[in-house]
Design a protein around this ligand. Structure first.
Ligand code: FES
Length: 141
């Protein structure tokens, strides 16, 4: 299967079976991201232990890319320190702004599939919605 098709099937799998989507009532920190252009909205909840993010969950509604990105983000960030997660947020912003290059630094493989979105700059915001909410939440740790 060509790489781009593989990436698209990974994105679709995360959209249809989002990981860590659900209730945030027990989360320590919850922050919301929204896209005024389409009205989509995602809330990200951190379950923290000291300076570490034990788990990240999310809820909300969004397009397929938005939900897939949020799902991947929860997998990529859970278990990381606040500094590592912050670095990953910054790297995602930079990486999506470039048209070529490998996935960001030491980012987990799960994020590779987001490469498929880089050829559609208009969808950048869809990817970053949950990451921006995450960055806000990390700032409160
Ligand atoms: Fe709304 Fe993608 S179209 S976040």
């Amino acid at each position: 299967m060509p790489t781009n098709n593989l990436y698209k099937s990974v994105l679709l799998d995360h959209f249809h079976h989002p990981r860590n989507k659900g209730d945030l009532e027990d989360a320590d920190i919850v922050r919301r991201g929204n896209n005024p252009r389409c009205g989509d909205e995602v809330e990200v909840g951190l379950f923290v232990h000291g300076n570490f993010i034990d788990k990240v969950k999310f809820r909300g509604r969004g397009c397929s890319i938005c939900i897939a990105s949020a799902s991947m983000m929860t997998e990529a960030v859970s278990g990381r320190s606040a500094d590592e997660a912050r670095h990953l947020c910054d790297s995602m912003q930079n990486w999506l702004g470039q048209s070529t290059g490998q996935v960001v630094g030491e980012a987990p493989e799960v994020l590779e599939a987001l490469s498929a979105v880089r050829e559609y700059p208009a969808r950048r915001r869809c990817v970053l919605l949950s990451w921006e909410a995450l960055a806000d939440a990390i700032n409160d740790m």
